[in-house]
Design a binder for this molecule. Structure first.
Ligand code: DGL
Length: 260
């Protein structure tokens, strides 16, 4: 089954790599909405309408399972996408519930975009699953800029991570939720800056398991690697350099998507 994946940019590659590793035989069509990146500073209704255009495009190209590899887009658009399209739509939200179950200090830090944190769905998650837990939210727009620029380590990445984590550590958080798909690419820097007792949660592997559970043909799990086609709504030139950094060892084809 053809899996369509979308994100504001290259962050969703952190989900793509998990899906491909579980389902190497499933063809993937990924659209990076680079000309609109970032989503994190945009109002929810703008994100919702834009994501609908991307979904229309992926469906017109034969997508059979749609993966919203973007927390911000899921928070604001997954409900309307599920109501509109007659196919499975897999989304992802900041992992508040697992974090609340895991914390021993009673304080969790959620790193996510401003758009995700402002969303009604995010507030519902906290109210439903984190009663009695202190949830500290922290938008990290700089992380998205760094990953989009292919900067995954070094002094700039280190400074951004240190600044983001300081208030969470000060408050006693012992679980960090990577609530934006760009952030897992900075996980090694985050791990290096966090004390050993900190747990870090990335939702990518759970999303991949959910997608695998929807695949009706079990041979997709074992087949030779299928085509992974990556398109961008922005400039395709930087994409090739980013692919080598973010998806090393994974064969892809690239192209441009014109989505008005
Ligand atoms: N990767 C996205 C997310 O998971 C959005 C990042 C952005 O464009 O601000 O929320």
């Amino acid at each position: 089954m053809k899996i369509g994946i979308l994100d504001s940019g290259v962050g969703g590659f952190s989900v793509l790599r998990e899906i491909h590793s579980l389902l190497p035989g499933s063809p993937i069509h990924y659209v990076a909405d680079s000309s609109w990146c970032p989503y994190g500073n945009k109002p929810g209704d703008v994100i919702r309408d834009r994501v609908a255009r991307l979904a229309d495009y992926l469906l017109s190209e034969g997508t059979e399972i749609l993966v919203i590899a973007c927390n911000s887009a899921t928070i604001h658009a997954v409900g309307s996408l599920r109501a509109t399209y007659p196919l499975p739509v897999v989304g992802m939200e900041p992992a508040v519930k697992p974090a609340a179950e895991l914390t021993r200090s009673g304080v969790v830090g959620v790193l996510a975009t401003e758009a995700s944190i402002a969303g009604e769905k995010f507030h519902q998650l906290v109210n439903t699953h984190a009663q009695g837990i202190r949830v500290i939210t922290r938008p990290c727009p700089r992380f998205v800029e760094l990953v989009e620029a292919g900067i995954l380590s070094g002094p700039e990445a280190d400074a951004a991570v240190q600044e983001a984590l300081a208030p969470l550590l000060e408050a006693g958080a012992d679980v960090f939720v990577l609530g934006c798909t760009h952030y897992p690419f900075l996980r090694p820097v985050i791990e290096a800056r966090a004390p050993e007792n900190i747990s870090i949660i990335d939702t990518g592997p759970a999303v991949a398991r959910r997608v695998a559970s929807l695949i009706s043909d079990p041979s997709d799990l074992h087949k030779e690697s299928s085509e992974i086609h990556i398109e961008t709504t922005g400039n395709p030139d930087p994409l090739k350099i980013l692919l080598a950094k973010l998806l090393p060892g994974i064969q892809t084809t690239t192209g441009s998507a014109t989505i008005s």
